[in-house]
Design a protein around this ligand. Sequence first.
Ligand SMILES: N[C@@H](CCC(=O)N[C@@H](CS)C(=O)NCC(=O)O)C(=O)O
Length: 200
Amino acid sequence: MKLYYLPGACSLAAHIAALEAGLPLTLELVSFGADGRTAGGKDYYAINPKGAVPAAEIDGEILTELAVILQYIAEQNPTALPMPSSGMAKWHFLETLNFMTTEVHKSFAPLFAPGLPDEAKPALLAVGKAKYDLLEQLLTGKEFVSGDSFTILDAYAFLLIVWISYFGLDLEQWPALKAYKERIGARPSVQKALKEEGLA
Ligand SMILES: N[C@@H](CCC(=O)N[C@@H](CS)C(=O)NCC(=O)O)C(=O)O
């Protein structure tokens, strides 16, 4: 699998998951400069017309949308990245994945809008902070987001928690998120992904 990524962007969750799954992985850095090219010199908009990372190239096809790429990766190695396949556990797993992608991840998108007036930022950050309060509730007293082992939900949650400092929010206000970040951040896959993206 080839992963088109930007350091520290949401593609980091797919990067971590692919390493946890032990998939053969190549990385290609995307540049969102005026020319919209990747490090390999290609036109990224021809690869992903949505212009966003991550995009995964699998057997010559492009797959986009992080929540879907994560499920693809998990399916390649269900021992390393289990997903409940039936019953309410399955629906709650997908419920949490959907919450992360539509509510937490995307609540921050307006902060990156070009020309966003400074006075709009506090209101947008308050929305994001409320989402982290919910993640704090979700992770309180738990080692992993779901069940008793690492899943794609942990790859996603770790990424979202890494972003807390990008937004200038103080991680100290969420003790469960802080402890979780340290614990998950110590995993070899996470250390390797951060290093490969030039973040550690
Ligand atoms: N719906 C997409 C959104 C991905 C997304 O927001 N990617 C961001 C980085 S975290 C991005 O590439 N933004 C640049 C852009 O949209 O121009 C997904 O879940 O994969």
